[in-house]
Write a protein that binds this ligand. Structure first.
Ligand SMILES: C[S@@+](CC[C@H](N)C(=O)[O-])C[C@H]1O[C@@H](n2cnc3c(N)ncnc32)[C@H](O)[C@@H]1O
Length: 266
């Protein structure tokens, strides 16, 4: 159990923020989902630009962004309840009143819960590649998902994504420009040179190349056009072979998502 003032680490990299005395803790879990669509002002109890971190895992990016940008609201989402429990505990203990975490499938979330034009940024770090062909249909980044992200973003909104899987990246670079003015960002993020997320830190530790990109919502594509386009673009149907697959196998076992790693400070 971490104590007030303590700085936690994972893989030798500090987790942003320090633990506060219990009196200053926040409540960041969205335990009961309201009926869709979400009212962000009600979710956060204030009106502020909204940042989404989809498939957020243990929430490292959400924590650091929320600490760096207290005037922005941050919503982290993952389909796995156990990782959200860790993310929530850390955000609570850091007193991050500008954070909420929820458990849900990100495709359903974007399709049904997020009102059009209601978010400023969507972040998607290291979406699971699902190498098993029987699970390839679970890949999150599909044309329909991108159309929903395009719809959710307000004017000038950003979609930030990265992966250590070259085949997923190849797919991304083909479909993302249909929805976003998209540019690769080769260098490490200046705000987190050792990695914005747990997976990035792990991948760097194995000397895997990280592919990063920032997309700005294309205003010349309407929501109707974005949806129609989604029906014509190919699904993410790549197959992968390489060292990144070993790391993904560990992920499928819960190793890098951390749910089997509770004794080591996840
Ligand atoms: C490789 S991990 C990356 C976690 C974190 N973004 C990072 O970079 O460390 C992929 C995460 O996506 C989550 N995930 C997979 N499919 C999802 C879906 N359909 N909706 C929400 N989360 C999903 C997994 O539970 C896992 O936590």
């Amino acid at each position: 159990m971490a104590r007030p003032g303590e700085v936690e680490e994972e893989f030798g990299v500090p987790i942003p923020g320090a633990i506060l005395p219990e009196a200053d803790w926040a409540r960041t879990a969205l335990k009961r989902w309201p009926l869709p669509p979400l009212d962000w002002d009600a979710v956060f109890g204030r009106s502020a630009p909204v940042v989404l971190d989809l498939g957020c895992g243990n929430g490292r990016y959400t924590l650091s962004s929320a600490l760096a940008r207290p005037e922005w609201n941050h919503f982290g989402l993952d389909v796995l309840p156990v990782v959200i429990r860790y993310a929530t505990r850390r955000a609570n203990q850091r007193g991050l009143h500008n954070v909420r975490f929820g458990v849900k499938d990100a495709q359903a979330f974007m399709r049904d819960f997020v009102p059009a034009g209601s978010v400023a940024e969507v972040h998607l770090y290291h979406p699971q590649p699902f190498h098993d062909p029987r699970k390839a249909h679970l890949r999150l980044l599909t044309p329909r998902f991108l159309a929903d992200v395009h719809c959710a973003l307000g004017p000038g909104g950003l979609f930030v994504t990265q992966t250590d899987n070259p085949d997923y990246w190849d797919y991304m670079t083909r479909v993302l420009p249909c929805y976003f003015s998209f540019e690769a960002h080769d260098a490490a993020w200046p705000d987190a040179p050792e990695g914005r997320t747990r997976r990035e830190i792990l991948a760097k530790g194995r000397h895997l190349r990280i592919f990063r990109g920032i997309g700005r919502r294309r205003e010349d594509v309407s929501t109707a056009e974005a949806r129609a386009l989604a029906d014509t673009l190919p699904p993410p149907s790549f197959t992968s072979r390489g060292p990144w697959c070993d790391l993904d196998a560990a992920d499928a076992e819960g190793g890098t998502s951390g749910w089997k790693d509770q004794g080591r400070g996840f």
